[in-house]
Write a protein that binds this ligand. Structure first.
Ligand code: NDP
Ligand code: HSE
Length: 437
């Protein structure tokens, strides 16, 4: 029987889950691959915890470099996180001709270009299925299952923490500050939860998907990122009255002007399946020119769902270890010399429909002034909701949904509307997506 020797760095949530799944399902995994996958060494800062978890059957070290330099290890599994030490460890492992499996989206989004070049030069596999949408095999779907298609766009709920928070806000009327602690306790949040709530984690994942979908390098620095921290309960409520849900979406589209790469709160019609994805679940919609829209749904975070993807990558390594690089699926789905540097559209240049909320004096003529500004900029209105002022109040909320327009036209409209004397404070703008065509 062929064997594959594995070293795991980081035995926390995902590392622990990976060890458990590999051990529990060892016989089934061997039945599928014809290879016995053995964990021969683990590294974790907490050596006692690692020893307890592995029950004395595996060598344990506090120094991850030992795993990377261990001549008996064929595959290094990086589950420490971060992108400084993990970059050094992964590059060293590659230089030592070891294959790498990682769940680290920050590492791949920021340093993937360098890592893949090193991996190609050393003829080793770098697999990262768990880096995007936890247990959903979206990397495999994009790279292989949809390989016949020209991918037009990808959009999804790709952060479990924020989806959990938004679900609690909508269903229980809580604020984001009320819920974030619970998301951390449940093990969904990143070590620094700012990455979740400010949309950075989703932007890492979106960057990876856009590179694979369109055959371009990782362009994380150019992603537009807006999180959920400024989202107000009242907008979630008004959106619902109009038949919409608010989700933190990652959206990437290949247009003839350039690639859209953006993460932000988004209104989606409640009739769409994605609008009904709740809690820490993730969902990704991929539109291919041949297949049309396809939807992938499942657990986006947590120990065993993520381990499911890590172990599947290890199984791929087990199957492909003797293949030449030409026989393997390229890291970014396209042949390396066919990965082209596509331009990312600045956010001003994207096209979107919009939800607008403004607070206006309850006087005749206000709406006419607002609609004139929109009309002058060729922004057409799809729906409108005017709330009655509360007792003793002289101002009312007006909510407007627009058809698709250029973001820079919308910026101009917002500035002009905010300058009207009848308008109080800042206008709230949330982008909307149809996700159908
Ligand atoms: P954890 O913090 O639970 O696990 C990381 C482990 O690595 C901890 O046990 C930590 O020890 C250990 N560690 C940290 N630094 C070192 C070091 N220098 N040497 C050895 N061990 C070290 O994180 P997760 O398991 O949640 O995440 C791991 C990776 O997986 C991250 O890249 C994350 O983004 C990604 N991921 C996480 C998902 C999830 O649901 N949690 C889902 C998908 C991806 P200590 O606790 O002492 O710091
Ligand atoms: N913090 C991440 C999330 C973990 O909430 O989606 C999974 O990548």
């Amino acid at each position: 029987m062929k064997t594959l020797n594995v070293g795991i760095m980081g035995l926390g949530t995902v590392g622990g889950g990976t060890y458990t799944v590999l051990t529990r399902n060892a016989a089934e995994i061997t039945r599928r691959t014809g290879v016995q996958i053995n964990v021969i060494q683990v590294a974790d800062r907490n050596i006692d915890h690692a020893k307890t978890m592995t029950g004395g059957s595996v060598a344990v070290t506090g120094d991850a470099l030992e795993v990377v330099n261990n001549p008996k290890v064929d595959v290094v599994v990086e589950l420490i996180g971060g992108y400084t030490l993990s970059r050094e460890l992964v590059l060293k492992a590659i230089a030592n001709k070891k294959h790498v499996v990682t769940a680290n989206k920050a590492l791949i989004a920021l340093h993937g270009n360098e890592i893949f070049a090193a991996a190609k030069a050393n003829n080793v596999i770098v697999a990262f299925e768990a880096a995007v949408a936890g247990g959903i095999p979206i990397i495999k779907a994009l790279r292989e299952g949809l390989g016949a298609n020209r991918i037009e766009w990808v959009a999804g709920i790709i952060n479990g923490t924020t989806n959990f928070i938004l679900t609690e806000m909508r269903e229980k009327g809580l604020t984001y500050q009320d819920v974030i602690g619970e998301a951390q306790r449940l093990g969904y949040a990143e070590a620094d939860p700012t990455f979740d709530v400010e949309g950075i984690d989703a932007a890492h994942k979106l960057t990876i998907m856009s590179a694979i979908a369109f055959g371009m390098p990782m362009k994380f620095e150019q992603a537009y990122t807006e999180g959920i921290t400024k989202l107000q309960q009242v907008d979630i409520k008004y959106a619902e009255e109009l038949g919409y849900r608010v989700k933190l979406l990652g959206i990437t589209k290949c247009t003839n002007k350039g690639v859209e790469l953006r993460v932000h709160p988004t209104l989606i019609s409640e009739k769409r399946l994605v609008a009904n994805v709740n809690g820490a679940m993730n969902a990704v919609v991929v539109k291919g020119d041949a297949v049309g829209p396809t939807l992938y749904y499942g657990a986006g975070a947590g120990a065993e769902p993520t381990a499911s993807a890590v172990v599947a990558d290890l199984m791929d390594v087990a199957r492909l270890i003797d293949a030449t690089s030409a026989q393997r699926v390229p890291y970014l789905a396209f042949q390396p010399e066919q990965v082209h540097d596509l331009a990312i559209l600045p956010i001003d240049e994207i096209q979107s429909a919009y939800y607008l909320r403004l607070r206006a004096s309850d006087k005749p003529g206000v709406l006419a002034n607002v609609t004139k500004i929109l009309g002058d900029l060729s922004i057409s209105i799809d729906a409108m909701l005017q709330k009655e002022p509360d007792d003793n109040e002289t101002e009312a909320d007006i909510v407007i949904l627009t058809h698709i327009t250029l973001e820079k036209n919308m910026n101009a409209a917002i500035s002009a509307i905010e300058a009207l004397p009848e308008i109080t404070g800042k206008l709230v703008r949330i982008r909307m997506e149809e996700l159908g065509k």
